[in-house]
Design a protein around this ligand. Structure first.
Ligand SMILES: [Cu+2]
Length: 169
């Protein structure tokens, strides 16, 4: 019941054809090809709950220990939402939220974007329909991680949240 709609669903993913010139930032999605810091293996597992509303995530701390979070995403909004965890790596770690939105706007679609991310940078994704909840693991590696909803342009409406992930030894 929590399966994603077809990739062709009009309300799913980033609209095709939104590619823009990369001039604004001087970088493109390929900037995310810089590998994140995944040198330290993470064995810790945590439980977490995130609320998705139209259009914000609630319940994500600004600072988290590295590990795998068995996450429950509760969608209290009217729209479907997804939460995607991405380690921004060295190249994108310093970008502002506005710059990240600009970066995401340059991507043709979510699948293409995620396929370009280096191994280990995408910690997972969870999709929940309105009024429903879904569960899944989000693996957070050290560095700046961003949580993004790629349904439509929800990330530009407020569904983008950054968290610093640290090793706690
Ligand atoms: Cu959303």
């Amino acid at each position: 019941m929590h399966d994603r709609p077809n990739e062709g669903d009009a309300d799913r993913g980033i609209t095709v054809g939104r590619k823009r010139a990369l001039a604004a930032l001087g970088i493109g999605a390929s900037a995310l090809l810089a590998a994140p810091n995944t040198a330290v293996a993470q064995h810790r597992t945590f439980n977490s709950a995130v609320v998705a509303q139209d259009f914000v995530f609630r319940g994500i701390p600004r600072l988290l220990p590295a590990g795998t979070y068995e996450t429950r995403l509760l969608n209290l909004g009217q729209a479907p939402h997804v939460i995607v965890a991405i380690n921004l790596g060295a190249s994108c770690g310093g970008l502002s939220t506005a710059e990240l939105i600009n970066l995401f706007d340059q991507v043709e679609d979510e699948a293409t974007f995620l396929a370009q991310c280096p191994d280990g940078s995408v910690g997972g994704d969870i999709f929940a329909l309105p009024g429903e909840q879904a569960r899944g693991p989000l693996a957070l590696t050290p560095g700046r991680n961003v949580f993004v909803c790629f349904v439509g342009r929800h990330y530009a409406l407020g569904m983008i949240s950054s968290t610093q992930v640290i090793n706690i030894g």
